[in-house]
Design a protein around this ligand. Structure first.
Ligand code: HEC
Ligand code: HEC
Length: 296
């Protein structure tokens, strides 16, 4: 603020202050009570008495003038004068931020000391974790963490990459990339179809052992078992989903399974090491771990 505007504001504030005080004190004098005297104003037959302002009102006004003067001394209000307390909105905001940060840092340091089991047992930690999850993970995995097409359900105890707190923390920190190659060119359209039927039969050991699947079974052992396991039990080292259950990342109907086999799939879990602190990742791993533990 330039000196001119600072001076201008000081003069304006001081003059209005003095004028207001004068207005108040000069009007206070008209308190000789003349019985029945009216101001001469008449509204709808109602006359207005010429009475002085009530004394409580005058006292309140004087008090607020005194408060105003004190306020202008203590806080910035008179141009560039910073006020005797040296208060600024920025310093107050910074103070609040610092206090919150300090509180949070202490809290997160405490979380870091605890293992997943202890965090799960701490309702406050889980409350905070739920919020961190809602802010960072819910867009893909859903607010209830139950996932959707292509985004795994985190509550079902069926894990692509493992469900221990450490494995979950790794998924969050470093991210994950599913690498399922497409098999259209290797198997041909008919081969993909019968492979799809074989994959759907994996849930039922008897059905999958039947002669009708003999050819696909052989090809599965050759081409797929290295990642998905001999009987489709999955492999967390590859992030290869279990195929002999009812849980599907990309849908379990014939069309979707055939699409998965023919064209491949490549789901990506982004790494969060850069935008979440180690303590937040630790907290989230306990939270996700607990979501699945709660499931019957
Ligand atoms: C941009 C979307 C996206 C976001 C954001 C995201 N994820 Fe994921 N996440 C995925 C996908 C896709 C996969 C599956 C990767 C695959 O198919 O291999 C996955 C996999 C996972 C897995 C492994 C699941 C398993 O079965 O092993 C965990 C654990 C996980 N995410 C937790 C989280 C948490 C916690 C957050 C929040 C910090 C988060 N994700 C944010 C998309 C996302
Ligand atoms: C290199 C390892 C690898 C090989 C070999 C492989 N898969 Fe996969 N498969 C994966 C991975 C990883 C995924 C999960 C992709 C993702 O996370 O996006 C997957 C996903 C699938 C899915 C979708 C599962 C779901 O839950 O929606 C089907 C079906 C499937 N594979 C069948 C096959 C068949 C049949 C073969 C052999 C012809 C095969 N895979 C060979 C790694 C492999």
């Amino acid at each position: 603020m330039s000196d001119f505007w600072s001076g201008w504001i000081i003069v304006l504030t001081a003059v209005s202050y003095v004028l207001l005080a004068w207005l108040l004190l000069s009007n206070r004098k008209i308190n000789q009570h003349k019985d029945g005297a009216t101001t001469g104003h008449i509204y709808d037959g109602i006359e207005e008495y010429d009475n002085p302002m009530p004394s409580w009102w005058i006292k309140m006004f004087v008090l607020s003038m005194v408060f105003g003067a004190g306020y202008l001394l203590a806080y910035p209000g008179m141009g560039k004068f910073p006020g005797l307390l040296n208060w600024t909105s920025v310093s107050q905001w910074q103070g609040n931020v610092d206090a919150a940060k300090q509180k949070n840092e202490a809290l997160y340091a405490e979380f870091m000391q605890k293992d997943a089991e202890a965090l799960v047992a701490d309702p406050k930690a889980m409350r905070i974790a739920k919020r961190v999850f809602a802010n960072n993970c819910a867009i893909c995995h859903g607010n209830d963490a139950k996932g959707s097409y292509g985004f795994p359900n985190l509550t079902d105890n069926d894990w692509l990459y493992g469900g221990s707190p450490d494995q979950i923390a790794r998924s969050i920190r470093d991210g994950r990339s599913g690498m399922m190659p497409g098999w259209q060119s290797v198997l041909g359209a008919e081969g993909v179809k019968s492979m799809g039927a074989y994959v759907q039969s994996l849930r039922d050991a008897q059905a999958s052992a039947s002669a009708e699947h003999a050819e696909s079974r052989e090809k599965f052992t050759m081409l797929c078992a290295g990642c998905h396991g001999a009987s489709g039990e999955g492999n967390i080292a590859m992030g290869a989903p279990r195929l002999n259950d009812d849980i599907w990342l990309y849908g379990g109907d014939t069309g979707k399974i055939i699409h998965s086999i023919a064209n491949g799939r490549s789901g990506k879990m982004p790494a969060h090491a850069d935008n979440l602190s180690a303590a937040k990742i630790h907290l989230l791993s306990a939270y996700v771990y607990q979501l699945a533990e709660e499931e019957p």
